[in-house]
Design a protein around this ligand. Sequence first.
Ligand code: SF4
Length: 95
Amino acid sequence: MIQQQHTNNRCRGCGPQYEVTEQQIDRILLAPMFQDEAIVVSKQEYEQRLGLCDGCEKLLNKQTCLLCGCFVRVSAKYRSKSCPNLSDRKWSAVE
Ligand code: SF4
């Protein structure tokens, strides 16, 4: 199933009308909550997380985690979030 999703280059349930651009994600990340150090990880931790996602077979279109459906550029910002792969967690929440 996942192989088919990669081949189609999109999520099974979403058509191209639901594709999100990098510019739209940029705008999401400009929200005040993503500037709050109590909510977001450090720049170094963020880049490390994105690097791990970038090498992960569960990443679709360099953008979406197939396990949780999140845009990794958004989910990796949160201190409270962890990689959802329970059998091979790539990154964990920060205290
Ligand atoms: S959050 Fe975890 S499972 Fe999802 S793409 Fe990133 S490393 Fe892979």
